[in-house]
Design a protein around this ligand. Structure first.
Ligand code: CUK
Ligand code: CUA
Length: 765
């Protein structure tokens, strides 16, 4: 093929010619040489082989980790531990335009509390939606502990769609966890406070007026949103409700929430009282709350809930009378409650005890049925004796926190915070199987799909609180350390350390990558935050600017490598809204958009419509441009916002002098003809193959056809100008034709490469 210009040449090299030199250099070294040079052991090599995902290949599992104080979710692949995305949730995230375009601002606004913006979150526990207790890959939920909120993320586009504020809590920790069919998402209070919280209540009234609770957010799967009106809570004693989990299989219909500080100690070193830590761990036991949520939902439907701040709350009195709430003692300052995959047992860790306690759901139900209680707590909630609920206790080590399950029956893994170890143990037989030291203090851990009814085994990730000396030093604040562990054999094997520099990720969930089926484009003109058609969307050729009083609204489009409109003229003081629709269909053809100094940014993926809004409060000239390197002519994807002063009068400016000659025009025409030959050959290749069997290629072909379609008008113009011997305009319009060709060629080459890489077949004419 003969070639023509720099851009196309670059494209063709990138498409596959530049690799030969690299492969021969690689072969000259032996594996032994590399091991020696880098000081690697056989075991290191084995670990590398188990985690390495070769270029172009993908991971088997996808992890969704809480981003801790960053208020985001971190998405990474397992076993490679490559980070794929930060999902913006409670905190503005500029790349995705989150908090900088109007659509996402509306989501963040849902998270306002008492009319105030809260632009961070203390995210702790992500949860994947389930169908029949198994992950379905549709939705992700995550809580904000500090400002009691819950967010809904749609896994079709990995975008946050909704934030709900808990109407009665001031903090929340025991969420998000989902019921087996994602009817409800649970959230439990952490630090008790008066539920209505409308007036000051002194700490001396803690026992009487401060309350904890659990909230069951109703999830409307069809809408993909939480149904706030049909959600409800249970009022609970002012114990620090901690983590929760839903029953499943035989225990479906029940949920479990552990607690600490049932001493109801309120501290007060200022008044010479012993500190919180001492008072909150004085007793030997705390309580696990056992709740019949299905019956609770019926009680709400029967109108037996009280409205507090407009929200349905079942008061303790009602819960006790209706028999939907029980307590079971748990060893000292427990943490974590994790229901086994078959739904028969609940494992609670001791935190300040060396044991984990395995409770039997059957035994608890037998006690409930026989009304066999050892007494009641100060609020009258029946307490089932520990011995009547326990299946067994197993001594694992110091500071057990959280438990996850293996695909192998009865096998569980528990994090040991103080010992900095993972314990593998058998919860049916009650014996320790293996222990592995990790670095360093471990909080949560995760086995693949390990909190669903379908655990997959393979790997375990230890979410460690301290990294200390594991990584290159970066100042006093260290990254967190996620360690990947192979759990496929009898002995656990440490494979990989991944520093995570984004908040303290408490918990992580993982899913078989095959279960995720995110889209690659939106339907033309979609508001991705509402999933509805965007009123600001237009099609190609319909772009316009509308003025109403001092409000100017732009309806524009984005397509390689052009922003329509190219200039926006407004008067100082105008309120400007710019709606932009990305007309692309090709995968990964995102355009970004910003206007200099107006603090707006949008990330506009194919098919999406985004809008930015601002007051043009200062006269002057403001370039706007595409912020995503989207094509060879990305830098030319630009325009000007011109803000005119009050009373500005148009002045005549002399037109620029012609610089192009007939010779220039002829060169342009030759270039066009040469490029057309390349396009023809690419088109020939595509149409001689079964490209219609590849939807991604069909999209690319549509995009290329679009570009070529736009060429016609420019072609007529350069030909007419040439006829009139206006070489200036003839040359420029000819250049425009070539621009369309380059873009079409770029897309065409991408389609051709795709077909070659995906084994497309030749078709008969
Ligand atoms: S908590 Cu952090 S280690 Cu918020 Cu799930 Cu246990
Ligand atoms: Cu579009 Cu750069």
């Amino acid at each position: 093929m003969k070639l023509f210009n720099k851009q196309t040449a670059t494209l063709i090299t990138a498409a596959g010619l530049g690799l030969a030199a690299v492969s021969s250099a690689w072969a000259a070294e032996s594996l032994q040489d590399v091991m020696k040079a880098r000081g690697l052991s056989q075991q290191d090599l084995m670990a590398a082989a188990k985690t390495y995902v070769p270029t172009g290949k993908r991971d088997d599992f996808i992890a969704f980790s809480s981003g801790g104080q960053s208020g985001q979710v971190i998405v990474y692949g397992i076993p490679s531990m490559r980070i794929l995305k930060y999902i913006a949730v409670f905190t503005p995230e500029p790349w995705q335009g989150y908090g900088f375009d109007e659509e996402s601002k509306a989501v963040l606004k849902q998270g306002q509390i008492d009319g105030k913006d809260i632009t961070w979150g203390d995210t702790h526990h992500p949860a994947i939606s389930e169908t029949n207790g198994k992950y379905d890959g549709q939705f992700l939920f995550i809580n904000d502990k500090a400002n009691p909120r819950l967010a809904v993320i749609d896994l079709r586009d990995f975008e946050t769609k909704q934030i709900v504020v808990n109407p009665i809590f001031k903090s929340e920790h025991g969420g998000a966890f989902v019921s087996p069919n994602t009817e409800y998402i649970i959230e439990a209070a952490q630090y008790a406070s008066p539920l209505a919280n409308k007036k000051f209540v002194p700490l001396e009234r803690f026992n009487e007026e401060y309350r904890g609770g659990v909230t069951y957010w109703k999830f409307d799967r069809k809408e993909g949103r939480i149904d706030v009106k049909n959600s409800f809570s249970l009022e609970l004693p002012p114990y620090s409700q901690d983590l929760s989990d839903f029953g499943k299989g035989p225990s479906d219909g029940w949920s479990f929430t552990n607690s600490f500080c049932t001493e109801r100690y309120v501290g007060g070193i200022e008044k010479n009282r012993p500190p919180y830590e001492a008072g909150c761990s004085a007793k030997d036991t705390d309580y696990m709350h056992v709740i019949n949520w299905k019956k609770a939902a019926e009680l709400v439907a029967q109108g037996k809930a009280k409205k507090i701040n407009g929200h349905n709350v079942i008061m303790m009195e009602t819960s006790i009378k209706e028999g939907i709430l029980y307590l079971v003692p748990e060893p000292k300052s427990p943490h974590g409650v994790d229901v086994s995959p078959d739904g028969t047992h609940m494992v609670v860790s001791g935190k300040l005890d060396t044991h984990v306690s395995v409770y039997s759901f059957d035994k608890i139900m037998a006690a409930v049925k026989a009304k066999k209680f050892e007494g009641a707590d100060p609020y009258g909630i029946p307490v089932i004796a520990m011995k009547d609920a326990l299946a067994r206790q197993v001594q694992l080590g110091l500071g057990p926190l959280h438990t996850q399950y293996d695909s192998k029956k009865c096998v569980a893994y528990t994090s040991l915070y103080v010992d900095s170890q993972v314990a593998k143990w058998d919860y049916c037989e009650g014996k320790v199987l293996d222990k592995l030291s990790i670095h360093y203090n471990i909080g949560h851990l995760n086995t693949m799909q390990g909190d669903s009814m379908d655990p997959k085994g393979h790997y375990l990730v230890a979410l460690n609180k301290l990294a200390i000396d594991r990584f290159n030093p970066v100042g006093p604040l260290h990254p967190q350390n996620h360690q990947l562990i192979d759990i496929s054999g009898d002995k656990m094997q440490l494979l990989y350390d991944m520093p995570l520099p984004l908040g303290e990720p408490h918990y992580m969930v993982s899913i078989d990558a095959k279960l995720l089926k995110p889209g690659i484009r939106y339907k033309h003109g979609t508001n991705s935050r509402t999933d509805k058609p965007h009123p600001g969307a237009v099609r190609a050729g319909e772009e316009k600017t509308v003025r109403k009083g001092n409000k100017v609204e732009v309806f524009g489009t984005l397509i390689r490598s052009h922003i329509t409109p190219e200039t926006i003229e407004v008067n100082v003081g105008d309120e400007v809204t710019i709606n932009l629709t990305n007309l692309e269909r090709a995968e990964d053809e995102t355009h970004g958009f910003t206007v200099s100094t107006y603090n707006v940014h949008a990330s506009v993926e194919p098919g999406k419509t985004s809008s930015v809004k601002f007051k043009a409060d200062k006269e002057g000239v403001y370039p706007y441009y595409c912020t995503e390197f989207c094509s060879a002519l990305h830098l030319e994807m630009q325009g000007y916002l011109l803000v005119k002063p009050k009373g500005y009068k148009e002045v005549k400016v002399a037109a620029a002098k012609a610089v192009y000659t007939e010779d220039d025009y002829k060169k342009q025409v030759k270039k066009i003809n040469d490029t057309q030959a390349v396009i023809d050959s690419v088109v020939g290749f595509i149409t001689s193959h079964n490209y219609k069997d590849f939807p991604d290629v069909v999209s690319l072909v549509e995009d290329a056809t679009d570009q070529l379609g736009r060429m016609k008008e420019a072609k007529t113009k350069h030909e007419e100008a040439a006829k009139a011997k206006d070489w200036q305009n003839a040359t420029l319009w000819a250049e425009q034709v070539w621009q369309y060709q380059v873009k079409a060629a770029d897309i065409g080459l991408r389609a051709k490469t795709y077909l070659e890489e995906h084994g497309a077949k030749k078709v008969g004419k």
